[in-house]
Design a protein around this ligand. Structure first.
Ligand SMILES: Nc1nc2c(ncn2[C@@H]2O[C@H](COP(=O)(O)OP(=O)(O)OP(=O)(O)O)[C@@H](O)[C@H]2O)c(=O)[nH]1
Ligand SMILES: [Mg+2]
Ligand SMILES: [Zn+2]
Length: 336
């Protein structure tokens, strides 16, 4: 066992709810409606999203390029959809079948869907380039609000000179129950050993800032993917992230799927209300029980259990600051 292998588990489970932000197509239970006419209609899985067109994988393994009608943009990678077949290799997406969940971010201007029907969120960070605590915390809040299990994947553990510093940085978050798995995409056999047990039987989404090594991990786990990877500095030099679209892959060695996504630089959560935000801060939960007012916002109220716990050093100020920033986004949005 390598010296850097450590793991802790997320203590709290949350139920997922809001799964329909910009889903302008109809949704229906998977077995709803009339049976699809095999000659003209089919059900499939969205494996790639390129703006308005999508790759849909049919049960026989064939793939079709599909479009949504008109201006509708609703489907996300991981969605099961019903399509009307067109020609030999195209189709039109008529309906999104019922979703278990949808992970997305939002700001005042727009919503960006990451993926649907995800079992597990792998938030990839690394010692280099420097990752953002704010963005990591937001990804965990998004996962909790969608009812998706999060795992922090600390990649590039071969960079031993900066590993202790990044572990120390992660420790406070780990103490809140966040699960951390260490690995190195630069050592594909090791990465498979570290991650395959986690991935078996699940749909997992690789998410993180640019340059953290998401596509490198994908290539280790799905060698046929041949995903393009690049030095972060080169990627930024072109003004683009290396990965530009979200794609789903089948894992060859274990049952399950893995989704690679473009790096993000912002993670707005203006769609989340206070209760949903609180779910992303498991270390607040006991303290909230002590709040004097049932509708306490944990900002300034007298008798607030969260503020009390901060004063006693039981909750970190930086985490409370993140909570306040996300709450302010939601309130800013509801004024429009
Ligand atoms: N030393 C080391 N370098 C790694 C490791 N994993 C990835 N890299 C390097 O990090 C750089 C970025 O890797 P990518 O896989 O392209 O990163 P990404 O997260 O997919 O980036 P975007 O697609 O832009 O979001 C590349 O130069 C990789 O070779 C690792 O485990 N160790
Ligand atoms: Mg990539
Ligand atoms: Zn309170």
């Amino acid at each position: 066992m390598r010296p850097y292998t450590r793991e802790t588990r997320y203590a709290t489970r949350t139920a997922g709810h809001d799964t329909s932000p910009s889903n302008k197509l109809n949704t229906a239970p998977p077995d709803a409606g009339k049976p699809a006419d095999a000659n003209t209609r089919a059900c499939g899985l969205i494996t790639a999203a390129y703006g308005r067109h999508f790759i849909v994988e049919l049960p026989d393994g064939s793939r079709r390029t599909c479009f949504t009608r008109g201006k509708k943009t609703g489907p996300a990678v991981g969605d099961h959809v019903e399509i009307a077949l067109q020609g030999a290799d195209e189709g039109v997406i008529d309906q999104i079948l019922e979703r278990r969940n949808l992970l997305y971010r939002s700001d005042d201007a727009r919503t960006k869907q990451f993926a649907a029907n995800v079992d597990q969120l792998l938030v990839v960070i690394a010692p280099e380039p420097v990752y953002s605590d704010d963005l990591l915390g937001r990804a965990l809040v998004a996962a909790a609000s969608a009812g998706i299990d999060p795992v922090i994947v600390l990649n590039k553990c071969d960079l031993t000179h900066s590993l202790d510093a990044v572990r120390a940085r992660l420790a406070p978050l780990q103490s809140t129950g966040a699960r951390v798995v260490e690995t190195s995409g630069a050592q594909p056999d090791q990465a498979r050993h570290d991650l395959e047990p986690l991935l078996t039987g699940k749909c997992s989404l690789l998410l993180g800032q640019s340059g953290m090594g998401k596509s490198t991990l994908l290539n280790a786990l799905v060698p046929d993917a041949n995903a393009h990877t690049q030095e972060h500095s080169l990627a930024l030099g072109t003004g683009k992230h290396t990965t530009t679209s979200t794609r789903l892959y089948h894992l060859p060695n274990c049952r399950g799927t893995l989704i690679d996504s473009p790096g993000f630089q912002a993670f707005g959560l203006s769609h989340l209300g206070q209760t949903e935000i609180e779910r992303g801060f498991p270390e607040f939960h006991d303290a909230i029980e002590q709040c004097r007012f049932y509708n306490c916002t944990h900002r300034h109220e007298p008798g607030c259990g969260v503020l009390g716990a901060i004063q006693r050093g039981e909750i970190q100020t930086a985490r409370h600051d993140l909570y306040m920033r996300i709450l302010a986004e939601n309130e800013g949005r509801s004024r429009y």
